[in-house]
Design a protein around this ligand. Structure first.
Ligand code: MN
Length: 289
């Protein structure tokens, strides 16, 4: 390990929604985080490898491989690594309750913090009503945002030529944002309900790419965020307290492009088993979060 790296020690670390296998994944920030931290437990809370995207086309740069290697190495060196597959890596769900070498796979776990609180840990897509009841809508919703931005210009050029007045998409987009805020609140409340039903002190999840720790009607809702936008992790300190880390703000050193290139040349080839597992899964696509 690089001697200049200050290693932060935690009891537990939760990360999710890494989406390895997509260009959006901030693998070099995650590598920096993994190099700079040490923990007794490392919980991978789903959407680690984006099987849906890999089915569409194999995108697997060296840094993504390095993330996998780094995690395997931590497991070999004694970190308790638990992988809870999400909807994007549902190809691994049939392997729940099995172990891959030193990594345990589970659908959900109960984690007891150092101060004795019990947390249910799961990815969360199973309680996302959009994914559950309107898969096509979720799929459409994701694409529509980016597409609408592009279509707006085109649409209005055509409308103008045909003599129609300008129709702004801004009202529509504002509605989408309002819906997004409502979606997050609905999701958080639904997961807090799950925690209450299961009689635990709190819930730890991912899925919606929105890092958060807050009390909801007497239970602690924690979302570890993602490594596509927020580059965040949830950590447990040795006194049992939980904390969100936003690595882009916290990182003790700037991760330069050169470093990410250096990371890129440091390890082995794509494990063939991963590719065959992903491609043999041929899972149904539901939503993109
Ligand atoms: Mn998900």
């Amino acid at each position: 390990m690089d001697a200049s790296v200050i290693v932060h020690k935690y009891k537990s670390i939760w990360i999710s929604d890494i989406h390895l296998g997509t260009p959006g994944c901030k693998a070099h920030f995650l590598l920096d985080f993994l190099k700079s931290t040490k923990s007794d437990n490392l919980f991978l809370v789903g959407d680690i490898i984006d099987g849906w995207s890999l089915e569409q086309g194999w995108y697997w740069p060296q840094t993504h491989n390095d993330v996998v290697q780094k995690i395997l190495r931590k497991a070999r060196k004694g970190t308790n690594v638990v992988f809870i597959p999400g909807n994007h890596d549902e190809f691994a769900r049939p392997y729940a309750d099995l172990e891959f070498g030193t990594i345990k796979v589970a659908r959900e776990i109960i984690h007891e913090t150092m101060d004795g609180r019990r947390f249910l840990v799961l990815h969360g897509d199973e309680f996302d009503v959009v994914v559950k009841y309107a898969r096509w809508l979720a799929y459409l919703g994701d694409w529509s945002y980016g597409l609408c931005l592009k279509l707006n210009d085109l649409l209005n050029t055509v409308r103008e030529r045909l003599g129609y007045p300008y129709w702004s998409l801004s009202a529509y987009l504002k509605l989408k944002v309002k819906n997004a805020v409502k979606f997050i609140a609905d999701f958080e409340n639904a997961l807090a309900d799950v925690a209450r039903d299961r009689e635990v002190d709190g819930i730890i999840c991912g899925h919606i790419h929105h890092p958060e720790i807050r009390e909801i009607n007497g239970v602690t809702y924690c979302n570890d965020g993602d490594w596509v936008e927020s580059c965040s992790a949830l950590v447990e300190n040795f006194d049992g307290s939980l904390e969100l880390i936003r690595w882009m703000e916290t990182s003790p050193r700037h991760v330069s492009l050169q470093e990410s290139k250096a990371c890129a040349s440091s390890s082995s080839q794509t494990p063939g088993i991963l590719r065959s597992m992903v491609l043999s899964g041929r899972s149904r696509r539901s939503s993109s979060i």
